[in-house]
Design a protein around this ligand. Structure first.
Ligand SMILES: CC(C)(COP(=O)(O)OP(=O)(O)OC[C@H]1O[C@@H](n2cnc3c(N)ncnc32)[C@H](O)[C@@H]1OP(=O)(O)O)[C@@H](O)C(=O)NCCC(=O)NCCS
Length: 177
């Protein structure tokens, strides 16, 4: 397994990993699956300012077909946290692993690599906002050094249920920027 920055030609793979979590689960707060055009535009935006990395399978055929026929096992990204400029060094992070590859440390490798990429990009603080019942994501973030900030009660509604969000944070050890 290795990681690299996302490319526009990974759009179908990213979409195939992400959309089932939109339509079949309460993990994502999106309600409508992305089209290929939307996914490509999303990647272009991330290439410009807020990095997204993908995990490439180098061992077997598991994963979604990405650029150059590579097998994408998952992706991780940072996005803007708040609009106002003093928040610019804080980002929100997300990690998604294709269902066939879960439980094999892909998520852990992606999140650890993302922390390095975010640090190199000059971001100081990462915020993960996780649906309260998502124990695998909570465990993953705790394992990678995130600590619990708090819980927002019933801030989301999806598939007829109220959703709590737990907020976890990782602060870069380097305080100079
Ligand atoms: C959350 C997710 C990224 C984890 O990725 P993964 O590759 O399956 O996780 P890893 O194999 O790297 O495991 C990392 C840690 O999480 C734990 N974990 C993984 N799945 C778990 C589960 N279903 N229940 C409890 N813990 C779990 C692992 O045990 C491991 O901790 P450990 O070393 O103490 O055992 C993956 O399940 C996923 O894509 N889920 C859907 C999308 C999602 O929830 N994204 C996060 C949005 S905030």
């Amino acid at each position: 397994m290795r990681t690299r920055l996302v490319e526009v030609d990974d759009a179908t793979a990213i979409m195939n990993i992400y959309n089932p979590e939109v339509t079949e689960a309460s993990i994502s707060f999106d309600l409508v699956p992305r089209t290929l055009e939307e996914q490509e535009e999303w990647i272009r935006r991330h290439l410009a300012t807020h990095p997204c990395i993908v995990a490439i399978n180098v061992d077997d055929d598991v994963g979604e077909l990405g650029a150059r026929g590579e097998r994408i096992l998952g992706f991780a990204l940072v996005s803007p946290f708040r609009d106002r400029p003093a928040y610019a060094t804080t980002v929100e992070n997300s990690v998604y692993v294709c269902r066939a590859a879960r439980g094999r440390r892909v998520g852990e490798m992606l999140l650890r690599s993302l922390i390095v990429v975010a640090d190199e990009s000059g971001f100081h603080s990462l915020i993960a906002r996780i649906v309260g019942e998502n124990t695998s994501s909570i465990r993953l973030h705790e394992k990678c050094g995130f600590t619990l900030v708090g819980t927002e009660i019933e801030v989301g509604r999806k598939q007829g249920a109220w959703l709590d969000v737990v907020e976890y944070q990782y602060v870069m050890p380097n305080r100079s920027r």
